[in-house]
Design a protein around this ligand. Structure first.
Ligand SMILES: [Zn+2]
Length: 122
């Protein structure tokens, strides 16, 4: 009586070499799949660590950006204040010189007086 699976004689469905061949192929494929799953899990774990590391790095960069932005703002204010103080000082000096020239106008020759006042742009 032939095998009910492959229809060859000499064995039955429990000892069929075709069935055994499929079983072996399935076992090999299952082992390969299990190995692939383990490799993928390992790679997933590595990527998770890498992601955490990158998150920490971006957090540090973000903190640095906040600090540097605040520092830039402080420096801008400092530059503005220094520039304003410099302009104020120059204006005061110019006004003081103009006032002195005006007070001493009688002692200064007209040409020199006018030249100096023009140079002060008053
Ligand atoms: Zn068979």
């Amino acid at each position: 009586m032939p095998c009910s699976i492959c229809h060859f004689n000499g064995h039955n469905k429990l000892t069929c070499p075709l069935v055994q061949k499929y079983k072996d192929e399935y076992a090999t494929a299952a082992a390969t799949d299990a190995s692939t799953i383990l490799e993928l899990q390992k790679r997933f774990d590595e990527l998770a660590k890498e992601k955490e590391s990158l998150r920490n790095y971006t957090d540090r960069l973000s903190d640095n950006l906040v600090r540097m932005t605040a520092q830039a703002s402080r420096l801008e204010n400092e530059v503005y204040n220094l520039r304003k103080a410099s302009v104020d000082s120059a204006m005061k000096l110019r006004n003081d010189v103009a006032e002195t020239l005006f007070d001493k106008k009688a002692d200064i020759p007209d040409g020199i007086y006018l030249d100096l006042m023009n140079k002060l742009r008053i």
